[in-house]
Design a binder for this molecule. Structure first.
Ligand code: NAP
Length: 282
């Protein structure tokens, strides 16, 4: 006899996978949205050592997980383990959002660039990317997502400088002729005439020295943003503001990059507002 009992319906589960993971603000962020929208789901931090990543990913869909965020050190290695990788994740070379599809396939995407642009659009709605060159300081993993999203947004030229020049050269060779590499010692000069300026290094973060790029060439009115959000007002943003620039802090990028995943997993487009900022910062 065929058992026609419907499979038990479980509350959907999502996770953030990293090693270590205790510092992650994502559980607080998604937990707030789950509560706010009355969704019977759970979002949990999963500490996963690199040597266990493949087996954990294979097991998660069978344990009720509908997806996951991925953080350091797994953002690059998940690409090889996913069945479907979006073009932007492939171009960036890293994924931060996984969707476990009903057909059992793992879909990998990168929403950092989306979060970066959505943050600027929310806090500087008059920003026009096509108005002039953008300058990106740093060429690490996050910088790659920023570069991809700025080019997609229509910046006419993208200048980049990194302490280790070869990483910036690599970005130029992968992202094309609009990318112009400046020497690290010339990073201050690349700000001349730039309309959008981004710190994509980890400098200025709590416990780290401030970014030491001279900002004299920054013109008033330039849109200046920092990926670092601890502290919210980095020395870089403080100086840019004193020079009359329009500044956007990095917290909104973290909040906005989380929205596509939440929507796919839990079926609700979540809102990024001041209450969420307060909760994540608390
Ligand atoms: P990463 O891949 O490790 O890259 C770090 C970057 O910082 C590289 O460009 C590195 O230059 C530069 N750097 C580090 N120490 C330096 C120093 N002493 N002097 C000059 N440059 C230095 O890290 P990532 O993932 O790109 O993250 C970069 C920052 O963005 C981190 O603070 C991270 O927390 C933040 N972030 C924020 C968000 C958000 O949602 N707001 C999202 C992602 C990342 P070298 O190549 O020379 O080492």
């Amino acid at each position: 006899m065929v058992d026609s009992t419907p499979a038990p319906k479980h509350a959907p589960l999502a996770a953030v996978i990293g090693w270590p993971i205790a510092h992650s603000r994502s559980p607080r962020l998604h937990g707030h949205w789950l509560k706010r929208y009355g969704i019977a789901g759970h979002y949990v931090p999963l500490p996963v050592m690199p040597e266990h990543l493949a087996e954990v990913l294979r097991a998660m869909p069978h344990m009720g997980f509908v997806g996951a965020n991925v953080t350091i050190p797994h953002k690059e290695s998940v690409l090889a383990l996913a069945d479907v990788v979006t073009d932007r994740a492939a171009l960036i070379g890293a994924a931060n959002t996984l969707i476990f599809r009903a057909d059992g396939k793992i879909h990998a995407d990168n929403t950092d660039g989306y979060g970066f642009i959505a943050n600027i659009r929310q806090h500087a709605p008059d920003w026009i990317p096509g108005l002039g060159p953008a300058a990106v300081i740093g060429a690490g993993g996050a910088a790659r997502a920023v570069v991809a999203s700025l080019l997609e947004s229509g910046v006419p030229e993208l200048r980049i400088a990194n302490r280790t020049r070869i990483r910036a050269e690599q970005i130029r060779s992968e992202f094309g002729a609009k990318v112009v590499v400046y020497d690290w010692a010339q990073a201050g000069n690349m700000l001349e005439g730039a309309m959008t300026v981004v710190n994509a290094t980890s400098m200025g973060m709590q416990g780290k020295p401030p970014l030491r790029v001279p900002l004299d060439a920054l013109a008033p009115g330039t849109l200046v943003t920092d990926l670092v959000y601890t502290p919210l007002m980095t020395p870089f943003l403080t100086e840019a503001q004193a020079r009359g620039c329009e500044i956007v802090d990095g917290l909104g990028m973290l909040l906005h990059q989380a929205t596509p995943g939440f929507e796919r997993w839990f079926g609700q487009r979540p809102e990024v507002d001041d209450e969420l900022r307060r909760i994540v910062l608390a």
